[in-house]
Design a protein around this ligand. Structure first.
Ligand SMILES: C[S@@+](CC[C@H](N)C(=O)[O-])C[C@H]1O[C@@H](n2cnc3c(N)ncnc32)[C@H](O)[C@@H]1O
Length: 211
């Protein structure tokens, strides 16, 4: 098991149920922004969302509460977060969860109407390979950034994550993209335009990649 997968899998089981839905630092305004952008794109018709790095799947419930008509497949490699997700939605036949490394462009990940990376693209060792895999699955990609691409240099850091088990924090990877690097990744996936959405005063951005 890679160090990063091991870190993301080591959540305490009670904390795994509430991670980013009560524990951690969720940014509410951009969560609402994602819901509005999805409504703008799909209106009331049913669509299939592939949530890359879904964690415990809390966004599925949030989108349903906002009135979105979606089928949902969550992909993650964290065994503890997936266990919490499967338990939470055991009776819901519109939600499924798959244990996958979303950086494998050869993996069979199925199809969707849109792939979502919510606070995930910046966590990946190989974001370009992942975007290529996502592009094979869907005609659109939505990215919610903790740290939007900016006019600076690329930065990759090892940070420490509180997994709520009362022991030492565990390492994870966090990157900031320069605009140049981001544009290069997008051009390699065949992206033709990006719609950028942001709530005034918020750091988060939501991007829609069109192909
Ligand atoms: C910051 S959390 C975001 C969770 C959720 N998308 C949200 O917005 O609340 C990052 C998630 O990405 C997952 N992740 C990171 N690298 C991954 C990889 N290579 N393959 C699958 N999942 C990954 C982690 O396990 C974790 O659930």
């Amino acid at each position: 098991m890679s160090v990063v997968k091991e870190s993301w899998s080591s959540f305490d089981s009670n904390i795994a149920k509430i991670y980013l839905d009560g524990f951690g630092h969720p940014s509410d305004r951009s969560k609402h922004l994602m819901a509005s952008v999805l409504i703008e794109i799909f209106g009331g018709k049913e669509f299939h969302l592939a949530d890359f790095g879904c964690g415990n799947g809390h966004l599925y419930r949030f989108f349903r509460e906002r009135g979105l008509n979606l089928r949902y497949t969550g992909y993650d490699f964290s065994t503890s977060l997936l266990e919490a997700a499967r338990e939470r939605y055991a009776d819901d036949d519109k939600a499924a969860f798959l244990e996958r490394d979303i950086q494998d462009p050869t993996a069979d990940l199925g199809n969707a109407d849109i792939v979502l990376y919510s606070h995930v693209l910046e966590m990946l060792e190989a974001p370009g390979a992942s975007l290529t895999a996502a592009r094979k699955m869907a005609p659109r990609i939505m990215i919610r950034f903790f740290q939007p691409p900016a006019d600076g240099f690329d930065l990759v850091e090892i940070r420490m994550l509180d997994v709520g088990n009362g022991e030492a924090e565990v390492p994870y990877l966090r990157r900031s993209f320069s605009i140049d690097h981001y544009n290069l990744l997008l051009s390699k996936t065949g992206c033709t335009s990006v719609d950028v959405h942001q709530v005034a005063g918020d750091v988060d951005q939501v991007h829609i990649l069109n192909f």
